[in-house]
Structure formats: structure tokens, C-alpha cells
Design a protein. Sequence first.
Length: 596
Amino acid sequence: MKCPEAVRKHDGRIVAFDSAKLAGSVTRAAVESGMLLESARRIGHEMAMAVGEFQISEARPVPASADLRACMVRFLRQTGHDDIADAYAEHSRAASSLLWRIRVVEPGTPFTSSSGSPWDRRRMLESLRSSGIARDPAGEVAREVERRVVDLGQERISPALIHALALMVLTQRAMETKTYAARRISFSLAMHVPRYDPVIAEDLPLPTGGPALQSFWLQAVHSQDVVRAAHDNILSLEPYPSRPDMNTLGAAHSANGLPRSGWLAALNPLLPEMATALREWCRNPASPLWVRADFPERAAELAKFIALLSQSLAPDASSGASINVLLAQPPAMLAPVLASPAEAQKNQRLLSPAPPITINLAGLMVREALRDQTRATVRVAQTTAVAAQAHREREEYFSLSPVRGRPLPVCIAGLWNAAAWLQGENFESRHITRNSRSLAATLISVVRGAVETLRNETGMELLLAGHAPLQATRALWRRDREFFLRDGVNLDAQAMYDGGPAVKLLHGSDDFAERIDFAKAAGTSFDEPPALILDVPLGGESDATAWRELFSVFAQAGVPRLQLIPGGSVRSLKSLTRAVRSHLEGFPLFEQVADS
């Protein structure tokens, strides 16, 4: 059969001539006019052949799509198939008319003739092209999405629906969807409820906590994907914010009395407030003390304060007390806040981090029975995208921009339990072995990669924090314990998930050096670093030089954060310092031996 080489579409694209597609449109019109399917197929095939041969006879190797439609209608009428010609022409008119009437609107927008924006295939084409898809495949995908939009027959569609249709077409054509999927995380359901208004909030504030506040976020603001993840205990949205400036990563305490943590809670030991904060910490050791020792001067001053701590005031090991010493430099997104307190106070709403979202890695592995490492890493990356989606919906409700706005922390919980599950070991056991560290490093890299991708593609200032809120880790463990009880497995009711990849350094253990290296590597993956936990004699060592040397060797080893807990001896403190120094000196020696 002679047929044209290609067809010029109305948007200027040139595509290959498809006789089967042309015959299919005639067949559909014939069936709508009342003809049997077998006869309709025969008519469609014959008319498509006739139109193709006519274009060649008229020396049109690349006819326009509109010319093909006009020629088909004329041939159908000339051969006595007026009913089929009317149905064929009506289908084209209806599709064109619907495309003119379609409005792209967010859910919950009041129905008016001017609401939303008109359908424009060029915007879809530009979005696909900016995702790295070539021009011709992008045009074909955009046209297929438009065809499916017409088939829906709806005059009001949401951007999320268009996004989902495009992902479906890309998947069916075996094309890369990761970059395009990251361009739009989700639409916000905040249109269904009033936006946050600080004036109204003075008279009608949100609940400060409890089930009422939780129900508000889950039923009124968060989308279905986020709510499902929260109900399945894969994400923890606690603490639920009641106002935009509520966070648990700033100094002092939050509005509900929960201790805050992180860089914004860390004190500068060179300032006068350090002495008062240390006394308050001795009175209330349950609230961790955060101190910056990212410069030698600060480390030396902190060493003096700890050396002056009397044994009568120092908390004991059973109190749960700890001092978090930050040895690394702060992340770039927090550097302006920490460098200029006046500027931070001026722009507190924009620069203060939002309440964190916590990913339950262990619960994800257990509830979906993930044993294969490849499947597990894919689900971890998808869950990270849902956590970012939850942040976006919160920021939009508070009338804050999620793009280039304040830091949005993402935390992980149950890392070591997830590693134990993947290895087929006891879920409740937290024995940190070489294999578990390798699996933990893989999971951390997946979360970090997903956060980096989302940050680059969406412009959201996502921050990966190495410590999760205590109330989140407790709640996640409690609900997973109920899940295990269904299978007759009774987990410890007093336990909780770890709040990140923290490891405890045990002097004399076989993997002493490996734990230091893991803490260093994990610290580079987090914007808020995880801890290396040490048992130290708080109140028992009065020599400031010993503390200064301890901070110095760990800073040289690249450990970003130390968590000092009471319980060690003076002898073990000095032995630990010597062991770390020997570890540092062993690397150049090892390299010389390897080179020789």
C-alpha cells in the first residue's frame, strides 16, 4: 500500500504516518453509527488505504493532519457513508471543543468560569523537556496525555491528575520518570480549610497538642499519601505544629515544654550564658545540653566548664543526662542564622526550622516484609518523597513558601532495627556489627540521595537531621510493638527506636576504629550530625587539658558530634584519647606500608 511518509501535526511536529490509527478512528465512528464491529473494521481499513493513496497521488508526502481529516470526511460521503462521516466529524469537533473548555484548577477552588487556567499542551511539553526528555518523545507523551484528558470528558481537572497521567504514559513507554516525578511532589489540600491567619489565631488558636491537633492535620491538611503513611506507622508527623514558629530544633524549650535540640539549640561556651545553662542542666538533666565546639577556642572554653563541674552537682548515669558537643561546622543553610543572632531574630519565622518529619525505617521493612535490599532501597526513597510532601503541605497551610524557604528537617528512626531485619537477625537486637554498619550506610545514602534530589528538583530546603524527636521514636515503637503482638511476638514495652545512626564507642572492642570511621562517614551525610556516644567521668576529671585533648582528637578524626553521658572513669577517658590518637597516626603508617 502506498501511503505518506509522515504527517504534520497542528503544533508543527512531524510524526510518522500511522494507517492503523487512522483506520481505528473510522472504525470507532462506524460502531457509534450502528454498524457491526467486523464491518466497521473493514470500512476503516479500506478508507484509510484510500486516503493514504490519494495523498500520494496528489504529491503530498507529508500532509497536514487537518487535511487527512477533511479528506476522510469527503471520501466517506462520496461512498454513501454519511452516518459514519457525521460521527467521525462530530468526534473531532467534540474533542476540540472540550480542549477549549477544560480548566486546570486545584481541588477545593470555587467553581467559576474564570477559575484556574486553560489547558495548554505546550506547558506539558515544556515540563517534560525540562525533565531531560527529548523533543520528539516529549511531544508524543504530551499528545497522549491530552488524548487521555479528552477521554475523561471532564471540564475541570487538577494538576495532580495531569501529573499522574503523564507518569503513567512515561512508565508505559519505559521512559525515565524519576526526574519528572520530583518536579511536582503533590498538590496541597489546604484549600479545603482556611489558611493560617496570625490575627485570627490570637482569638481562635489551634490546639496546643493532643488528638484534636493530630486530627486537624490528618483530616484537613495532609493529603491521602501522607495520611496513609502516618496510619501505617511508616511516617511520624509528631510533634504536630500549632503555629508556624513552633519547632523542636531551636534553643531552650518549645511551646509544649519539649526539649529542643540541634544547631540552633547549641550554646557558645565563649558567651556568659554558658555558666547559667550548665547549672540549669545539672538541675534538670533530662533535658540534653547542646554546646558548640567547632573552633579550638570554643573547645578549650568548654573543657574548662566541664573540668569545673563538681561531682556533687554532676548527674549520675541513671538520670539520662547527656552533653552534645558539636565539633563540625554548621550546614550552609543554617550558617546565616548562627553567624548573626540579630538577623536570625529579625527573620525568625523564615529561618527557624520547621518541626521535623520522621521516617520509620524499621517499620517500613517489617510492614512490607522487605528482605531484598534493592526493593527496600526503592521504598525508602519513595517514603522520603512522601516526607517531603508532608513538609510542603504544612508550609502551604501556614502561608509559607516551601520553595527556598526555611529549613525542613527529615529524620530517620529505627535504622539499626532495619539493618537487623534485613539480615534476618533479631529485630529487637541492636548489636552493631560490620554487616549492620554496611547496611546502615546503604540506607543512609539512599535517604541522603533522595533528599538531595528533591532539594535540587523542587527548591525545598530539606535538611537531613541525625536525631529524631523523642516523642516520635517512642510512638513509632509503641505502634510497631502492637503490630508484632498480632503474630505473638512481644517486644519490650520500655524500649524505643533509636533516633538516628548514633553509635557507642567502646574502648578495647574489636571494631573500635571502624566505629570511628562510621561516625565520620555518617556525619558527612547529615546536615544535623548523628552522635558518637562516650561514657565519660562528668564531675570526676578536673583537668581541663584532658577534656581539651579529647575534643581535639575527635575533631581531627572527623567526628562531627559527641554525646557525653555520665559513667566513665578518669583512666578510661585518657585511654580513650590515646586510642583515638593511635588510630589517627595509624592511617599514614598503613599507607606507607601499602605503597612499599
